[in-house]
Design a protein around this ligand. Structure first.
Ligand code: ARG
Length: 472
């Protein structure tokens, strides 16, 4: 017997019933549904809809159902459509006909929105803790290799030397923004729609604010039409989850490259690598590849939600039932990705010598040499040109910039149209001065600005991050 069956003479077509069923997905909301119902009982009691004794019976029955859920002894009846109907029938089986009063002044429309907000609140809290876990792993890796140099790339070409810790802290910045976005979405989601009813507002004087407070909401929604059909909080959370996955995917991509023997910067531990079924030599970064490979599903999910919402008139539409699978899937993917990345980063072996060697290749200290010329009075555009000539000279004889001779340096300076450069061409100390700036250590020392890679700046940021994350 359908709860809403009174109006109908015919029975639902099994195909339509099958098509509309959501219990397989929304069973995930069962505990939240119980919490919402217990608070709703308080609202009904205070409004005089149920007596104190009835409220006690309903609360005890719902608490019993929760215990059964936690014990895993509840079985779902597919004929009952969704989690809300299943739990209402289970309650009736437990406490008798008084259960039929529970749904007074409530629609599944405000009920499911309440459940989903409660679910989202606890899930974003859990995700936040896992983001912090990955941040900690990154900071600890940076601390273990605080002095390690590496080449930073733009256009995937060697660009400038940086500290490895500086690179790792870039991800910490990204992850902190992810935390902020999820917290922001959570704050807006954390208001109670209960009492909005189907669309116009409950027909009983429910003390919505007291019910909201009982559920730990920060307040109540203020328009029943909006509240009963609003899923902004799902879209916002999914957008935050998608961006977090984009960040993890970029980290994954770097781990894939860095662990390639041609780079040889890192080695993923055995526990986070996989072998090949055919090639005995292989050591594959599968966990990182799967993070990269699942990010697009999460991106697709946020797109799907937005596309679903854009065509809806106000109020609840059954389309909204389709919000759950993408929300649950995206959060599960992010949770798993955070865990596997924290594990892989925690056990990452770093080859500092190989990274330092790479930081000495590709003339990546060139701009440091040009900056030194600027300090000696040369205009930057002219200095850029002179150092370009030095790079050409070094490349021609397979030398590094700090291996150029005084003569080679004087020749490049002497070809400049800059007066200060021409004067330096005559200065016998100029060659040594410029060579001294061409080492990676000298180059990183120059980037002595807030957010720059100079060792003292990175040490300060690392200490601040460690303090924020509660790491000694
Ligand atoms: N299971 C539905 C959902 O998740 C709630 C049911 C509301 N259905 C309705 N016909 N008013 O959206």
């Amino acid at each position: 017997m359908k709860t809403w069956g009174g109006r109908f003479e015919g029975r639902p077509d099994p195909r339509a019933a099958d098509f509309g069923r959501s219990i397989e997905v929304d069973a995930e909301l069962a505990l939240d549904d119980i919490d919402g119902s217990i608070a709703h009982v308080s609202g009904l009691e205070r409004a005089g809809v149920v007596s104190a004794a009835e409220a006690r019976t309903l609360r005890a029955g719902l608490a019993g159902l929760r215990a059964d859920l936690e014990a895993g002894t509840v079985t779902w009846d597919p004929a009952l459509e969704d989690v809300h109907m299943n739990l209402e029938f289970a309650l009736e089986a437990r406490v008798g006909p008084v259960a039929r009063k529970l749904h007074t002044g409530r629609s599944r429309n405000d009920q499911v929105s309440t459940d989903l907000r409660l679910w989202l609140r606890r899930t974003t809290d859990e995700l936040d803790a896992r983001i912090v876990g990955l941040e900690r792993a990154l900071v600890q890796l940076a601390q273990r290799h605080a002095g390690a140099l590496m080449p930073a790339h733009t256009h995937v070409q060697p660009a400038q030397p940086v500290l490895f810790a500086h690179h790792l802290l870039a991800y910490v910045e990204m992850l902190e923004r992810d935390r902020g976005r999820l917290a922001d979405a959570r704050r807006r989601a954390n208001v109670s729609p209960l009492g909005s009813g189907a669309i116009a507002g409950a027909g009983f004087r429910l003390d919505r604010e007291a019910v909201a407070a009982e559920l730990g909401f920060d307040g109540v929604t203020h328009n029943s039409i909006d509240a009963s059909g609003d899923r902004d909080f799902v879209a916002e959370t999914l957008a935050g989850v998608a961006l977090a996955m984009v960040h993890l995917s970029r980290l994954a991509e770097e781990l894939v490259w860095w662990s390639n023997p041609r780079f040889g910067f890192v080695r993923l531990s055995d526990a986070f690598s996989t072998g090949s079924s055919m090639l005995p030599n292989k050591r594959n970064p599968d966990p990182a590849e799967l993070v990269r490979g699942r990010a697009p599903r999460v991106i697709g999910n946020v797109t799907g939600i937005l596309a679903m919402l854009k065509g809806l008139p106000l109020g609840y539409q059954r389309d909204l039932q389709e919000d759950k699978a993408p929300l649950f899937e995206s959060c599960a993917i992010l949770r798993g990705s955070l865990e596997v990345m924290a594990g892989a980063i925690g056990e990452l072996e770093v080859d500092e010598a190989r990274m330092a060697e790479a930081a000495g290749e590709g003339f990546i200290t060139a701009v440091a040499v040009a900056d030194r010329l600027v300090e000696r009075g040369v205009a930057f555009r002219a200095a850029h040109h002179v150092v370009g000539a030095l790079v050409r000279a070094a490349e021609a004889r397979r030398a590094q910039l700090d291996e150029l001779t005084d003569e080679e340096i004087a020749t490049a300076l002497g070809e400049s149209d800059d007066e200060a450069a021409l004067a330096l061409a005559q200065d016998p100390a100029a060659g040594a001065d410029l060579r001294s700036q061409a080492t990676p250590i000298a180059a990183i020392g120059r980037a002595d600005v807030i957010g720059g890679t100079a060792p003292a700046r990175v040490a300060a940021e690392l200490a601040a991050a460690a303090a924020r994350l509660g790491i000694a």
